[in-house]
Design a protein around this ligand. Structure first.
Ligand SMILES: [Zn+2]
Length: 394
């Protein structure tokens, strides 16, 4: 029998609550939950638990990737989504393994075709496939002429309602709607938008009546303002938003889920689509404005969280990038743990190391408040109280 009670010890714990690190700390795990967190001298460790001593490392909550996709790797994402299910599922198995290995224990999947994300979520939950615990959007709501249009299109009130209802019936945890253009599709400018205010309101009302949050692909321009007004829950990307947009989001309580490795990391769009001049031009514009826009995020006080958007295994890089752009390292870690969990509606279960929460615990080799890049060097991984770093995850 696999042991179910652990005492995980390390030089320090960053518990995801925002409190200062706990020096020489211990996390007690019983079954799938955390039962105690504190300094070793304050926590009584029962005799019959398995002790996992991480030495000079730092313990953190498992990362929560608030925006990614299971089947996609960079390069012609829409083409990948138009494939039959088998190649998509095969890529997903590899991608989700890489995500878990990098310390991501929970992930929100914001758009797949064929409902493969429902099957992946269930298979992972049953312990038959290594990967982050998933929340899934199933088929995105996107206009025929919109960004992200792969196999399923929703135009007008009737189709929007019908597809949201089908998604919910098939097991969607949230609804994803593509509002503005994007960086990775030809022909749709990032400020262009697909849906009328009425169509967006229909989508929000239908989703919320079914207790599903709405995540919107929105880079900037009037389309984002329409979505904030309609009461969507998260704006994804927001790379061309201005201060007014972020202030409006703060006032309304709308989350920003942002990501930068797709456009900033050398393995991102640059590698996949480097020969398509129209995409490269938009990518250059995106990089130049991303840094400036991120300053506005910090200035505005909007609630923000991080995702990798299919840059599997690069959650650490997302954190490092915003730290380079002026975010406080501890705050950036919270954007990838507790705040990301809150943004996706998992705040009561994941994102911090506190008694009663799911035992998602990782160790990293070093002190990330000293050198944030040590987040790349993940040691132990516990997910819901089960040890995952001992699985073959390569
Ligand atoms: Zn995405």
């Amino acid at each position: 029998m696999e042991p179910t009670r652990f005492a995980i010890k390390a030089e320090r714990i960053i518990d995801g609550t925002g409190r200062p690190p706990i020096e020489r700390g211990v996390v007690l795990v019983d079954g799938e939950r955390i039962t105690a967190v504190g300094r070793e001298i304050d926590v009584r460790v029962p005799k019959d638990v398995e002790v996992v001593d991480c030495g000079a490392q730092t313990l953190l909550p498992g990362f929560v990737d608030a925006h990614s996709h299971a089947s996609i790797v960079l390069g012609d994402q829409i083409g990948q989504l138009r494939q039959p299910p088998a190649p998509q599922i095969l890529r997903s198995v590899q991608n989700l393994r890489a995500d878990l290995r990098s310390g991501v224990t929970t992930m929100r999947v914001v758009g797949e075709e064929h409902f493969i994300d429902v099957d992946l979520r269930e298979t992972i939950a049953a312990g038959r496939l290594p990967g982050p615990r998933l929340l899934v959007a199933t088929r995105p709501i996107t206009a025929r002429n919109g960004h992200g249009a792969a196999l399923t299109f929703s135009d007008g009130e009737e189709e929007i309602r019908r597809h949201i209802r089908e998604n919910v019936a098939r097991g969607a945890d949230l609804i994803k709607l593509f509002m503005t253009g994007g960086v990775s599709s030809k022909g749709t400018a990032a400020r262009w938008y697909a849906y009328t205010p009425h169509e967006v309101q229909v989508a929000v009302d239908e989703a919320h009546r079914n207790n599903k949050p709405v995540a919107v692909h929105g880079h900037g321009g009037p389309g984002v303002a329409i979505c904030i007004d309609a009461g969507v829950d998260t704006i994804e990307h927001g790379k061309l938003c201005d201060l007014e947009d972020f202030v409006a989001m703060r006032k309304r309580g709308t989350w920003l889920v942002t990501n930068h490795a797709v456009s900033g990391h050398p393995d991102g769009i640059e590698k996949g689509d480097a020969r398509v001049p129209s995409i490269m031009a938009k990518l250059r514009e995106s990089r130049e404005t991303s840094r400036r826009t991120f300053r506005l995020v910090l200035e505005s006080g909007v609630k923000w969280a991080l995702g990798t958007d299919s840059m599997h295994g690069l959650m650490w890089w997302e954190i490092a990038q915003v730290v380079e752009w002026g975010a406080d390292a501890h705050d950036a870690i919270l954007a990838a743990t507790r705040r990301a969990a809150e943004a996706i509606g998992m705040g009561d279960e994941a994102g911090s190391l506190e008694p009663g929460k799911l035992a998602d615990v990782i160790s990293v080799d070093g002190d990330p408040l000293d050198d944030v890049r040590c987040l790349e060097r993940v040691g132990v991984i516990f997910q819901g109280g089960r040890r995952r770093d001992t699985l073959s995850l390569q």
